[in-house]
Design a protein around this ligand. Structure first.
Ligand code: HEM
Length: 193
């Protein structure tokens, strides 16, 4: 009986990881077949879409750090008493990070896509850009896994922290290979005009 229960709960993470992998793959395929266009994008007043994404991705980076700290705090890893508002704070910052991530990922996919090999003008795609595109697609798959982990009550206890850790690591990789690079090379983006 216990064996059946364990098998049943393992089915949730396994299904979620399979679903996440399919989503990441489909996003990657879309990134290859869609014709990149700036139509349907916004700069939010910054000089370029890349500049705007760098600003929003930096905000996401800060929210990701808040997610990590509040998660460790909730799991008792900081050795500080957990206040009653901590869960709400973790959920609110997490939901904000998710909305902003979808916003930035849309702009990447729509206006640039998944760049591999060389661009139409012959320019070679850098390893950084390639790793960024792959990690960006994987982020969207990991979002699906994380949502299942948050929603399911019967999954094993390790599933939520593993799903959260996976999403966090992929987001950090996607941000380090884009916004962090941009800030290092070009500095803080300026507003247009
Ligand atoms: C959904 C899959 C994604 C794809 C296929 C993708 C692809 C790209 C590509 C091709 C570039 C241009 C890189 C260059 O030429 O230098 C770019 C830029 C950028 N991406 Fe993404 N991206 C994705 C997701 C994300 C996510 C999740 C974030 C952050 C949360 C992000 C943040 C940025 C930022 C800030 C830039 C501008 C800085 C730069 O030029 O590297 N992207 N993306």
């Amino acid at each position: 009986m216990a064996h059946t229960a364990a098998q049943k709960s393992m089915a949730i993470p396994l299904t979620a990881f399979a679903l996440g992998a399919v989503v990441a793959l489909l996003v990657g395929v879309f990134g290859r077949v869609h014709d990149p266009t700036l139509e349907g994008t916004t700069t939010l007043g910054y000089s370029t879409v890349l500049a705007m994404k760098t600003v929003v991705a930096t905000v996401i980076g800060v929210l990701v750090v808040v997610q990590l700290v509040t998660a460790l705090w909730m799991y008792g890893r900081l050795g500080i008493r957990t206040p009653s508002w901590l869960g709400t704070a973790h959920r609110t910052t997490g939901a904000s990070a998710l909305v902003l991530t979808l916003f930035v990922a849309y702009h990447c996919l729509w206006s640039l896509g998944l760049e591999v090999g060389s661009l139409p003008d012959g320019e070679q795609v850098s390893t950084r850009t390639f790793v960024h595109g792959l990690s960006g697609c994987a982020v969207l798959g990991a979002v699906v896994v994380k949502i299942v982990a948050v929603r399911s009550r019967r999954a094993p206890g390790w599933f939520l922290p593993v799903a959260g850790g996976l999403l966090l690591s992929l987001l950090v990789l996607a941000i380090l290979t884009s916004a962090a690079w941009y800030l290092g090379v070009k500095g803080w983006p300026s507003l247009a005009g």
